[in-house]
Structure formats: C-alpha cells, structure tokens
Design a protein. Structure first.
Length: 210
C-alpha cells in the first residue's frame, strides 16, 4: 500500500511538473511574441548629402543612447529607453547623425512625448550655457514640416571661448504612437547647415515610421 501510494505521489508530481512546464512555456511564448518591433529607420542615402564624403549607417539598436549636445538637450525627454531604438550615421570627416524613435502605447502618450521633446529643444541653449559658461549656444527655429501628425526642425549653434564652432540640426516628428528625433551635426555655423535637405530627411524619417 505504501509503495502504491508513493508511486501515485510520484506520478502526481510528474503530472504537476509537466503541467507547470507547459504553463510556463505558454506564458513565455506570448510575452516573447509581444516584444515590439522597431519602426522604420532612415538609411544612409536619406541623409543630407555630404560634399566630400559618403554616409555610413550603423545598426538599429535598442535604447536611446544620446550623447553630446543631443544628450544635454534631450536625455530626460526621451525617457528610459524602453520601446526605443536608435541608429547612428557617420562620414569619414566631421559630420555625424543619429535617429532615435520611441513607440508609445497610446496616441496621447506620443503627443505628450513630442511636446516634451519640442520644449526641451527650445530650452536647450539656456541649459548648455548654464552647464558651461565658456560655451555660447544659439537656437534657430526653422519651422514646422508638413508630414503625418507633424514635425518641427531647429538649428543649434555652439561656440566655445577658445573658438570651437559646431552646428547641429534637430528634428522631432510623430506618426501615430511613434515619435522620432533626427540629429545631424558637424563643425561650422548656421551658414553651413543644409536646412532644406535636412527637412527632406525629416519627412522621410517620419514617413518611414509606419
């Protein structure tokens, strides 16, 4: 009787164990399947043409990973990196670029993110100068771009007390629940900024989100 009872217990444990494994697999599968896919991204050919070099595109990578002036302007507005991706672009010379896209659960959340990023870009020069008194920062508003739910383009020039001068173009755009930021930069000033070509890049970036 004892042997029979022990056998029944072992059988019961085996059934429960198998059931637990099956349940775990069933629960894990949907979670894996539900992982969000990155939205469409710019290719190297979509960047403003460089006069003496070609663009090279990096891989689409999870997270926002901002740096440089983009970090000072947008690190808090872009969030913690969940449901976010970025792609870096470079030339053989001084020009570089980055696109960052963030997916949201709702349109309302995406609108809020867009507004926060737009606000942080506008206030960025003040924060740059406050962080480093030897840097002078100037922002130009290049206006809205008519694409999907909208986009806005800005120019940011920074100059140090020892003469280093950098120009950066920033665009924020939205399509539905996805917000994207395009950041382009090189040495120079506002006269060196390819604003018209960058606006075309912005339109392409937003159109590729869906």
């Amino acid at each position: 009787m004892a042997k029979r009872t022990r056998a029944n217990m072992l059988t019961g444990f085996a059934v429960l164990s198998a059931a637990g494994l099956a349940l775990g697999a069933a629960l894990a599968a949907p979670a894996h399947a539900a992982a969000p896919k990155p939205p469409g991204f710019l290719s190297a050919a979509n960047l403003p043409p460089h006069p003496t070099s070609t663009w090279t595109a990096g891989r689409i990578t999870p997270g926002v990973s901002p740096e440089g002036e983009l970090d000072r302007c947008l690190s808090s507005a872009l969030g913690d990196g969940r449901n976010s991706w970025h792609r870096d672009f470079r030339t053989d010379l001084d020009a570089s670029a980055r696109q960052i896209s963030v997916k949201h659960a709702t349109v309302s959340a995406a609108k809020s993110r867009y507004a926060r990023i737009d606000k942080d870009i506008k206030s960025c020069p003040v924060r740059i100068e406050r962080a480093d008194p030897e840097v002078e920062a100037t922002l130009k508003d290049y206006g809205k771009v008519n694409v999907e739910e909208g986009a806005h383009v800005y120019g940011l020039h920074t100059e140090t007390s020892w003469g280093a001068s950098d120009i950066r173009l920033l665009a924020v755009g939205r399509d539905g629940t996805t917000v994207t930021v395009v950041d382009w930069g090189q040495m120079g000033d506002f006269d060196d900024a390819p604003v018209k070509a960058f606006k075309k890049t912005t339109v392409t970036a937003v159109n590729k989100l869906h």
